[in-house]
Ligand binder design. Sequence first.
Ligand code: OSB
Ligand code: MG
Length: 372
Amino acid sequence: MIIKEISIRKMKMMMKTPFSTSFGTLQEKDFLVLEVTDEFGNTGWGESVAFRAPWYTEETLETNLHMIKDFLIPLVIGIEIEHPDEVSTLFAPIRRNNMAKAAVEGAIWDLYAKRNKLTLAQALGGEQERIEVGISIGIHDNHADLVTTVRGFIDKGYKRIKVKIKPGHDIEVIRELRKHFPDVPLMADANSAYTLEDVELLKQLDAFDLMMIEQPLAYDDIIDHAVLQRQLTTPICLDESILSLEDARKAIELGSTKIINVKIGRVGGLTEAKKIHDYCMEQGIPVWCGGMLEAGIGRAHNIALTTLPNFILPGDTAGSSHYWKQDIITPEVVVEDGYITVPTAYGIGYEPDFGAMDQFTVDKMYFKGSCK
Ligand code: OSB
Ligand code: MG
């Protein structure tokens, strides 16, 4: 296939409720949507999951726009591409900027699947027909509110509850939740808010039978996590620290992680995500698909990835209506009794809703032909 045209939309959408983590609160979501068009007019869609500010990793919407326009599009436009796995090779001269790469590669994966009359899940080799869904709940200042929120999600059938923690808002929160929900599959995500000086505090979490603790220590660490894991019975799951298959291999060899949260954007695309999945499967390390508060295009990519066999723990990809009054795809992503049914239409399996898409587009740019 030959990519003839790429459009980039800058989007702005308001989340129904603000989402708070150890590093801040987000309600207005700014992001990019990409559409690639081939020589026959087939199209594929991708979403950049970078936020407006660099608090999760160093990438932002603007750094992604710069990388995509000035470096990544010139590497793929007008080039004959047989398979989307080749895109990561084309991008190899560019260091990191993984979310920018993933947005372009994701659109090409969707296009490839559609051209070959496959669902994106099938193109990746996925077989699960429905996927288990968990929910990620932001920091609530008030325990009673949090308990009410958690009860609501349990009643809706979500398969596991993840709550954000931070120093001063950790042991008591988990204790309170366990008091009300002694058996619910429960986990905590610290988004790098602790250091090894907090070992004694983190050890107290072992009393609550958590499925895992996600990224307790620095966003770029795999050494201290290994030290911490030796002192905890609660499994550590790395998120921010794993940017590639190599990172996953090293973290697993060091004993820094017993579970991995795979995010397509963070690792630079579906090809790398699949490699991490395959390696973890060989190593007996379960994986699950993390979320970046995606709109529909990114959500659809997550669903396809989650159909691979080692995605054995519920992911963070909840239904559209949890985040948005109106999503940008049709139909929206629906969760029923804690499951999403994997769509059977070709490619990402959902159609862009152009009315909604245009409503949330604040800028649109086109790139055509060969840049060579
Ligand atoms: O650490 O997994 C995270 C949201 C934004 C940035 C980082 C994270 C999250 C979530 C929410 O936990 C996942 C979602 O519902 O999309
Ligand atoms: Mg996380």
